[in-house]
Write a protein that binds this ligand. Sequence first.
Ligand code: BDP
Length: 719
Amino acid sequence: MHIYLYLYRIVFLTGMLLGCSQAKSQNSYTGEDGYRTWLRYELVDNQQLLQAYKNQIQQVHLNTNSPTMQAVEEELLRGLTGLLGTKVESSLKLNPNGTLVLGTPENSPLIASLNFNEKLEQLGTEGFLIEEKNVEGHQCIVIAANTDLGVLYGTFHFLRMLQTQQNISDLELISVPQCKLRLANHWDNLDRSVERGYAGRSLWEWGTLPEYAHPRYTDYARISASVGINGVAINNVNADARFITTQFLKKIAMLADIFRPYGVKVYLAINYSSPVTLGGLKTADPLAPEVIAWWEKKTDEIYSQIPDFGGFLVKADSEGQPGPKTYGRNHAEGANMLADVIKPFGGIVIWRAFVYGERQADRVREAYDEFVPLDGKFADNVVLQIKNGPLDFMPREPFSPLFGALPHTNTMIEFQVTQEYLGNANHLLYKGRMFKESLDADTYAKGKGTTVGKVLSGEAYDYPISGMTAVVNPGTDRNWTRHPFVQSSWFAFGRLAWDYNLDAEQLAEQWIRQTFSNNETVVETIKKIMFLSDEAGVNYREPLGLTHIGTGIHYGPAPWSNRSKRFHQADDYGIGFDRSENGSNAVEQYFPPLNEIYNDIDRVPEKYLLWFHHVSWNHQMKSGRTLWEELVHKYYDGVKAVRQMQQEWNTLEGRIDEQRFSHVKALLEIQEKDAVIWRNSCVLYFQTFSQKPIPPGLEKPEFDLEYYKQLEHRIYISE
Ligand code: BDP
């Protein structure tokens, strides 16, 4: 055996043994297994505030005349009982003071009498208001909306205020979601494996559905609704056609029934060849009458099982998936056929823009080149789902130039919460700030200030439907996401889909308070860690705009792989992909002045430098260093930040529960080792081109490049 490999094994085994002894010494099991996510509803630990809350909320007043209003009541009683430490009653009598009144003008005569009409007009079908109000001479807090679902969203908002220990005196607020579609995409397969999942098996137990309603399904719906997610595509975009067989539709209908009170609609990813594979037809040509008839019948069946079915999600003509192109039809023809079929039922078609082939030298150009000529050709119930960046879910990408370039095509963004390229479920990485980076990016489509967020909310163009989706990974792991911190990105995504103006830092803080503790030291420490984590994750992997350096399963580094070489293009001169006008000219896809800025090696933001340019190793960076030195420093900064994260985390011992403390501590150890492997692999490999030394003062890689190349073949599987 190679000597280094041998050494590595010893280190690895010692680590495992240490890990075991640590696990054994854990004797303070607190039940903090992460199952409750951010909906923990622990007793308020600030006595003064607790007393104030108790005075203000002595009972709740609502009509439970619909499943959604029953869900409201259940959530409130569960939440308030936990937070206040006393049982709060639901009653239709008013206490002299201290009643929480909830409802809509339809389901509550009391709310109807309060004359909120003007405010309600602003709330649409999902917004809510929360207000302190004198009701029949009693001081009350009112949560009102036009729909039961709006009341449910208001309820979660109110509970969040208590969980994060906000003052609830003199409340007067309204909240309305900016995006109509706020969806989660699961990449779950029929055999219950999850593509890029990393948190156990699929949540959906096909073997026991529809008879058995696993309690997890309701909790999943609660979690989703608590952050405003209003739809879920339950299966992988690389879709198995069998999801829409009669047998499976019955099972899916059961899930839809459970999700319905929480406003979470079911969507299905479909396989474009279904008329052939399931229907036995000779073709799936969207213009063939027998194909249209087949989809009509199938859609009719789907709606007979799931009357409020959301619609189809389609990955077509992409990575081997079938699509209209096989039949000489374009994406619009392909999508519109389904859109026409589903329209009478009120459904939509979500058509993915993630397409690329070997046709072009630069994959980054392809989606734009394909879809911009089709702008205006899609039916009004089709929405194009576009990944946040033009390539894939890389650690960092500039925004996709399709945002803003489709004035006549409904547009939606696709983020990834699951950490496919970011350490799977082993690494701590809060994505809130990254989501914001995309949402706040100025497309300049209609002049300065046309941010991606404004495009998605329908403010920039008058889209009938638009919004945000995220690929999420919850699975059968008790804590849903395996790494406890993946939950933070799930939370941030939902909240941003509701309101893209929210601040990533505030969202992190809310999540920490709800998930861990309101203790200021804990909040500040965890926030610091989360805010080190995103830049660290980029720096020890793919700094300065590098991409696709990972192995085939996207965990460890492989800058020497053929795929990776195509993207980083390192050579004796320098490194980076030339997308300037001298190269693939992908810069031309951006509106001015971005096209000029990105084209200019001196003006392009350095975080995207190697995305847009092939740059000399000697290029002078803003820091005064050469590109080579800067690149190496970034890699070292990444590792340094992970070590800082570890140090910060260690200070939390005794301040948070032992269970999550030791879990995350162990995961950070893995992350540190992996970060070092990434750094050393990349620095040593790129050094074979730059032929320059590692700048003084930086620790030398422990092993040589050959050692790291062998590690490529090690199995890093987070099943
Ligand atoms: C890639 C993933 C692959 C997905 C694909 C997609 O590696 O598993 O099927 O994206 O989004 O990043 O369709």
